[in-house]
Design a protein around this ligand. Structure first.
Ligand code: PLP
Length: 393
């Protein structure tokens, strides 16, 4: 099919809720993707942070092929081995929680919100404090949790019980707590909000505040999780533990899977009949996620994320010294934002024309989230393309 033929199918048959770039992607391998005209792109933002270990990672592809020949899906009223193995991996690599599996980040957050409600139901506490500029997904409860009014527009009435405070402002959290508050939900690094890194002091004092006030701390690790920051989970940079954590995006190496992880004493409130997801934790998706853990742990990808993260930030900081348009380079590991003085959309488009895929979030932040398999030469090439685009003005 030609590019135009595919676009025509979309125009007629696919709902137009996305702003789409007129490129049809047909193949991916590692840090590269190819379009229908055979053009190759260096992908520094693969799959909106889903392809955390690159496109079609051989371990994931093999696990999928093997598992697809054995058992693809079974209902959750039976046990299946890959789900148990994955739950153990997540639990032992984090804080010893128990997992509920679903298919996306929004669903994982939805599950966390429901867990907060049911766990505190007898006390009549239901309010959750979330942050300005946060992003938690597109279900009705997840957009309500999201502290950005643009995502709420047109969807009133929203779900009751959310209070928003500025990110990184502990006093604001303190002031927002009342006798109905049960939890605080926060991303360790705000992704869609512009790569805003929580400081160590802030997250540690937030943890202490939650302990003092009897609140649960929910960390949304949908974007920060699975190694991209150089630790398996973003919170591990902060010497704290959450009570609940949500995962999705890179968890399945490209396959749709989400997870809500909760300390056992809290998790026990989700008794049979309270929550479910038909596809959640099926053998195929879980096999892909187990293979993703294997790749991260057996191929030394955490170390690579740390090294390549420093290297990328160094190279981008050098660009900052040359171009006034760049005011800051920030991030941890391979979750990097380049703050611009003005909009970054045109820069993204020009980079794409030269074969580089990056993203612009929050209008003025260029986002680099390359796969954890990225090498120096890829980063050199990406930064060289960006430099050319900036120099051309
Ligand atoms: N939470 C965070 C931090 C995200 O960045 C996103 C998506 O960008 C979500 C939740 C929603 O995930 P999904 O699109 O898989 O529902």
């Amino acid at each position: 099919m030609t590019t135009q033929q595919t676009i025509d199918l979309f125009t007629q048959y696919v709902i137009g809720n996305y702003t789409r770039i007129p490129v049809v992607l047909v193949r991916g391998e590692g840090v590269h993707v190819w379009d229908a005209d055979g053009k190759r792109y260096l992908d520094m933002f693969p799959g909106w942070a889903v392809n955390g270990i690159g496109h079609c990672h051989p371990r994931v592809t093999k696990a999928l092929r093997d598992q697809a020949g054995i058992l693809i899906h079974v209902a959750n009223n039976f046990y299946n081995e890959p789900q148990g193995v994955l739950a153990e991996l997540i639990s032992t690599r984090s804080f010893g929680g128990q997992c509920f599996f679903c298919n996306s980040g929004a669903e994982a957050n939805e599950a966390a919100i429901k867990l907060m409600r049911i766990h505190h139901a007898e006390q009549g506490r239901y309010k959750i404090i979330t942050m300005h500029n946060s992003f938690h997904g597109r279900t009705l409860a997840a957009i309500t949790a999201t502290g950005q009014p643009k995502y709420h527009k047109g969807f009133a009435p929203l779900v009751e019980g959310f209070t928003y405070v500025p990110f990184s402002d502990l006093d604001a959290v303190k002031a927002a707590v009342d006798d109905k508050t049960c939890a605080v939900l926060v991303e360790p690094i705000q992704g869609e909000g512009g790569i805003n890194v929580a400081s160590r002091a802030y997250l540690q004092s937030l943890r202490n505040l939650c302990n003092d006030k009897g609140l649960l701390l929910i960390l949304d690790e949908v974007q920060t999780g699975m190694g991209r920051t150089g630790r398996v989970f973003g919170y591990q940079h902060y010497d704290i533990e959450p009570d609940v954590m949500t995962l999705a995006k890179a968890l399945g190496g490209g396959v749709a899977i989400g997870a809500m992880v909760a300390k056992p004493a809290i998790a026990k409130s989700l008794v049979p009949g309270t929550h479910a997801a038909t596809f959640g934790g099926n053998p195929l998706a879980c096999a892909a996620a187990v293979a993703t853990f294997d790749a991260i742990e057996k191929d030394g990808l955490l170390e690579n994320a740390r090294l390549m993260g420093e290297y990328t930030q160094g190279k981008l900081s050098a660009l900052r010294a040359r171009f006034d348009l760049i005011t800051e380079v920030r991030g941890i590991g391979l979750m990097i934002g380049v703050q611009l003085k003005g909009p970054g959309k045109d820069i993204v488009t020009k980079c794409m024309a030269k074969g580089l895929l990056i993203n612009c979030t929050h209008d003025t932040v260029l986002r680099f989230m390359p796969p954890m398999t990225v090498r120096r030469e890829h980063i050199d090439e990406a930064v060289a393309i960006l430099e050319t685009v900036l120099a051309e003005g």
